[in-house]
Design a protein around this ligand. Structure first.
Ligand code: NAD
Length: 679
């Protein structure tokens, strides 16, 4: 059973037992309900203690039952809480560990709550675009200040029990975790005969300190969460706790919950939640695959990526060596690392001691023999297959047996790189994104011969360095950059047809992207994509693309770093100003190419850009480069600023319906450079 019942003296102890976090799935709810009824009817029992087994009280809803009929099967959580409202004996929640979501709502419906130090409390439903739907928004403000409730419920953030120790949420706060059960039992004996039973629902609501509280809170949300209705609905439900009686408030809460459940934003967030969990499972690799030990790392190349990559390991406490061909580049890379950590101290994100510890973990070296014993080596040298070859041949000669040899290449063939060595099973792609110490995404590129334990080890390591990893197969650009190429192509074709860079950027930014394609390219450096285009054109001279990016670079307009790109920039400034020169260049080019000009709506801009991603994503999926459609969404959400509330390009297309997508693609295919949609 998912909960046990034990009678000790005159106390009934119900323990939720549903690993890993005592989720309130159907079996747990049924078992708790049954045990409550048994304890209530047992004449020996004077009070009931409700607690959790292991490290959790309850983490709330059972994720495995998400979206299934079991979520609402009786006894539902609201039904179980109504049982607690009616029960004739005192129920004491003994909160021994994580208490979240439905778990906290369960505790709130008990007559008393007892806890200890270091316990995490949260109502995180808002993170899935929902609100606590089992009374959380009505009971919590009867125990905590409205300010605290608004923070907890509309942000979903975790609050430690110690921060709430003096609040009315707890009837007893036992400082020593080991003494919790003993203290709770003594407390239960003391309150066993108290009648009427104190119910949170009968208490008055704490009013906010300021009359304008909800106005100010909503204005704050407008800045942070404008695309998400859930945080606003959370405030609405909290406001109802003040203006309505408990039963009416509960009805309002349920109505809002049902509305949110149907919202596109919540569907997108729930999709992302499940997608993240799915991405953690590597197809064809058993979850219990033995891992290789990674206690030390080496990075080859101390440039933009190498320095950033190295910081990930130092920040995770793993010693990292950096090797560069050029002494000056090595020193520059090491200095960048020191400066980045030092600036985190200035911003109070690190202590000086942490900064010093991290810097100490980074060591510059000048020979391959110095790194021979590293467990993992990541190559981040120039994007040139001959340079990669020379590096991997040397790594093959010096690295100890069993070391993992990784490449951070963005576009080159990982299988070819693997074959530069006599140990292709140990070779893998670890594609970090820039800035590598900050960006959350890591594409793990599985070569044809990459060993399963190498994949599994890199996945586990990704978690350790706080990256979200997605497995990609070998192809030019892997998942993310391959799709980006189609997106960028459409963006420049739109310019050729009459749009300005700011019109395209604005349209996609209004859709929710943090940055449009032209502002983004100016930030990353237009010369980088120029170099990639040149290489691709050598390999495929018939490739269809707009020459506008090349014309831009031929004028030295590389982006922010040259204060001129698709936009103009002020010295040291990041604000983009429309450039008359660029507009002239575009118009001249379109005229020279005799491209008909037309007015293009923002809706068409968005659809052409987003469906270019989805269309390429579909090919990637068909070719097996990505294992799941949701993996592609994770790549775009975590690595390319795709708006969270849209759920990712594949989710967007699924939602639109692929038949509609194909109809739109057929229309676009009949337009300017339409054949790019069909290849
Ligand atoms: P970079 O030019 O900033 O740095 C490359 C470094 O490698 C330089 O310091 C250079 O001195 C060193 N180097 C060159 N040949 C070497 C050799 N044989 N041995 C040792 N050191 C050598 O380049 P980057 O932007 O850091 O890119 C590095 C790799 O990462 C490339 O494969 C690139 O495609 C990939 N990448 C780049 C980005 C990005 O946004 N910059 C993103 C993802 C992946």
């Amino acid at each position: 059973m998912s909960a046990s019942l034990e009678i000790q003296n005159n106390l009934a102890i119900i323990k939720i037992n549903h690993p890993p976090v005592n989720g309130l799935g159907h079996a747990s709810r049924a078992a708790i309900s049954e045990h409550l009824a048994l304890a209530e009817s047992d004449p020996i029992v004077t009070a009931i203690l409700l607690t959790g087994t292991g490290k959790a009280f309850s983490g709330g809803a059972d994720i495995k039952e998400f979206g299934t009929d079991k979520t609402y099967a009786e006894p539902s959580l609201p039904t179980l809480l109504e049982q607690l409202d009616r029960i004739s004996k005192p129920v004491i929640a003994v909160i021994n560990g994580v208490c979240m979501g439905g778990g906290l709502e369960l505790a709130l419906a008990c007559h008393y709550r007892v806890t200890t130090s270091g316990i995490a409390f949260a109502l995180p439903e808002v993170k899935l675009g929902l609100l606590p739907g089992a009374g959380g928004t009505q009971r919590l403000p009867r125990l905590l200040s409205m300010e605290m409730c608004a923070t907890m419920i509309s942000s979903g953030q975790v609050t430690l029990s110690d921060q709430l120790a003096d609040s009315a949420l707890f009837n007893l706060f036992e400082i020593a975790p080991k003494e919790l059960m003993k203290s709770a039992s003594e407390f239960a004996q003391q309150v066993a005969s108290i009648r009427p039973l104190p119910r949170v629902r009968d208490l008055p609501v704490h009013q906010p300190k300021s009359e304008d509280f909800f106005v100010i809170a909503r204005a704050g949300l407008m800045k942070r969460s404008k695309n998400f209705p859930a945080p606003f609905a959370c405030l609405g439900a909290l406001e109802a706790s003040m203006t309505q009686d408990f039963d009416e408030g509960i009805k309002t809460e349920r109505k809002l919950f049902q509305q949110l459940l149907q919202s596109d934003e919540s569907k997108a967030l729930r999709h992302i939640f499940m997608a993240e969990r799915a991405a953690g499972k590597i197809v064809g690799v058993e979850a219990d695959t033995p891992l290789r030990q990674i206690l030390s790392v080496a990075v080859i190349g101390a440039g933009t990526m190498g320095a950033g990559i190295a910081m990930n390991f130092a920040s995770a406490g793993i010693p990292v060596q950096i090797l560069d061909l050029q002494a000056a580049s090595l020193e520059k890379g090491l200095q960048k690392i020191r400066d980045t950590y030092q600036s985190a101290v200035t911003k109070k994100k690190l202590t000086q001691e942490q900064c010093d510890q991290r810097c100490k973990l980074v060591q510059g070296v000048d020979s391959y023999t110095a790194i021979a014993n590293a467990d993992l080596v990541i190559e981040a040298v120039f994007e040139d297959i001959q340079v990669k070859q020379s590096v991997f041949v040397q790594l093959d000669q010096v690295m100890k047996a069993g070391a993992i040899l990784a490449s951070n290449t963005s576009t080159l063939d990982v299988n070819q790189i693997a074959n530069f060595t006599k140990r292709p099973q140990d070779v893998i792609g670890l594609h970090f994104f820039s800035p590598a110490n900050i960006m959350e995404l890591l594409e793990i590129v599985r070569g044809a011969q990459t060993a399963n334990d190498v994949l599994a080890t890199c996945f586990a390591l990704a978690k350790k360095i706080k990256k979200t990893a997605v497995v990609a197969g070998v192809c030019d650009g892997f998942i993310g950059n391959r799709m980006l190429e189609q997106y960028t192509k459409q963006a420049t074709f739109l310019l050729e047809e009459g749009c300005s860079p700011q019109q395209v950027d604005q349209a996609i930014e209004n859709f929710g992207f943090a940055m449009g394609p032209f502002r983004m390219s100016d930030l990353a450096g237009n010369d980088i994509s120029w170099a990639i285009r040149k290489r691709r054109l050598t390999a495929n001279p018939d490739a269809i693309y707009s020459k506008l990016g090349d014309l831009l670079c031929e004028q030295g307009r590389f982006g922010q770093k040259t204060q001129a790109g698709w936009y103009d920039y002020q010295p040291n400034g990041r604000s983009a100003y429309p450039s008359e020169l660029v507009v002239q260049m575009i118009r001249q080019h379109s005229h020279d190419m005799a491209i008909p000009q037309r007015d293009i709506s923002d809706a068409e801009i968005v659809q052409r850009l987003v469906l270019a991603l989805a269309n390429e994503g579909r090919k990637i999926l068909r070719e097996g480069i990505a294992a799941r459609s949701s993996d592609i969404d994770i790549v775009y959400l975590k690595g390319y600023g795709f708006p969270l509330h849209r759920g990712g390009p594949m989710f967007y297309a699924d939602h639109l319906g692929w038949d509609t997508v194909d109809e739109l693609i057929a229309q676009f295919a009949a337009g300017h450079q339409g054949q790019t949609w069909l290849v």
